[in-house]
Design a protein around this ligand. Structure first.
Ligand SMILES: [Zn+2]
Length: 92
């Protein structure tokens, strides 16, 4: 009788151990999958952003030169057009 109880306890413990191991493995697997998905999403967004900047054209307000948005300044007169793209709203 005593041996059967001991065997039952061992069985319960081993079942629990297996369950925990499977849960841990599953968690690690899903976490890595999620991280990979996030990385892919980030990569995709970077590509979209790059292409969008290449498609977007800025006209220099000083010399009327047309250039791509991935440049921070006018290639002709070196004017910084960031203020024109994102104008500062006066507070007073
Ligand atoms: Zn210019």
């Amino acid at each position: 009788m005593a041996t059967s109880i001991a065997a039952e306890i061992i069985l319960i413990f081993s079942t629990m151990f297996i369950a925990v191991t499977i849960a841990a493995l599953w968690f690690t697997f899903s976490a890595s999958k999620l991280k990979h998905k996030k990385e892919l999403e980030e990569k995709k967004m970077n590509i979209i952003d790059k292409h969008f900047n290449e498609l977007l054209r800025i006209e220099c307000p000083y010399c009327r030169t047309i250039y791509t948005a991935n440049r921070s300044e006018c290639p002709n007169c070196k004017a910084n057009t960031k203020k024109i793209l994102f104008p500062e709203i006066p507070t007073n």
